[in-house]
Design a protein around this ligand. Structure first.
Ligand code: TYD
Length: 257
């Protein structure tokens, strides 16, 4: 078994050096964290499901012309991605009021917002990911105004597309978080969608019952956490062969080391 160099280990994923220059292997763990790492746990099979869900959504977005870092899924828990320079900003899109947005502005949870609202957070664990404005982002040099224009346009396109996709399987896309990176090709820089899109960073509510089918089940100790991730995969038509049993089985493939 070849030993790969570990580039970075985050809360839910590990990045390894890829087989070719300019590529990385993204390994999805079952670890879950919330509230700036104050709450931690394991959601069995989450890594397998998020690998599939993110593969599916990134592929669909690629099909409509959204540039992404995704290349291909390698196995149950790993995908090959392009190495990008991550822009240290979390882009959050809100469609329906929930969680902190509801609290901050006193808007009841579940209220449809007058229009989609984009927020930016500076990626810094020590600082607790403070919310920032476009002014901070350009003044501190995290992104150029042109990059931000691209990021905003891409985020709104992704939101429109994913909102429709999820509505088609009976889910409301309440809010979600995106990350972008810079990809250089022949001296030309492009902003591409990076990281992952999964129930770890989306709020997804059942259209009829408003049941939460995302990481809030873990954050709020609502139970049936694994089942929620499985249900999203099932509705997308991508539950791994063998279904939940397969997913729950400990993985014997090369893992993080
Ligand atoms: P948001 O409402 O901004 O934060 P909170 O969960 O504290 O109320 O989150 C909106 C969506 O973005 C939600 O689905 C979680 C996701 N998100 C992340 O995945 N990581 C983050 O660091 C942030 C701020 C949000």
């Amino acid at each position: 078994m070849t030993r790969r160099r570990r580039i970075y280990e985050g809360k839910a994923k590990v990045l390894f050096e890829g087989p070719e220059p300019g590529t990385l292997v993204q390994y999805f763990k079952d670890d879950a964290s919330a509230f700036n790492n104050q709450k931690r746990g394991i959601i069995t099979g989450k890594g397998v499901l998020n690998n599939r869900i993110s593969e599916y959504l990134m592929t669909r977005l690629g099909d409509i012309g959204v540039p992404t870092h995704f290349m291909r899924r390698l196995n149950m828990r790993e995908q090959l991605v392009r190495e990008v320079e991550i822009i240290p900003i979390e882009v959050v899109v809100h469609n329906i009021a929930a969680a902190t947005l509801s609290k901050r502005f006193g808007i009841p949870e579940g209220t449809q917002l007058p229009r989609s609202i984009i927020e930016y957070y500076y990626k810094s664990d020590e600082l607790g990911d403070p919310m920032v404005s476009e002014e901070h982002i350009t003044a501190f040099g995290w992104a150029m105004p042109q990059d931000l224009d691209d990021i905003m346009a891409l985020s709104l396109r992704i939101n429109d597309y994913l909102s429709g996709l999820f509505l088609g399987i009976g889910l409301k896309l309440v809010d979600f978080k995106l990350e972008f990176g810079r990809l250089w090709e022949n001296d030309e820089m492009r902003i591409v969608l990076a990281d992952e899109i999964s129930p770890d960073n989306c709020r997804l509510w059942d259209v009829k019952t408003n049941e939460k089918l995302d990481k809030d089940r873990f954050r709020e100790d609502l139970g049936r956490v694994e089942e929620a991730y499985q249900e999203v995969a099932r509705r997308l038509g991508i539950l791994p062969e063998g279904g939940p049993v397969d997913v729950a089985t400990p993985i014997r493939e090369p893992g993080p080391r």
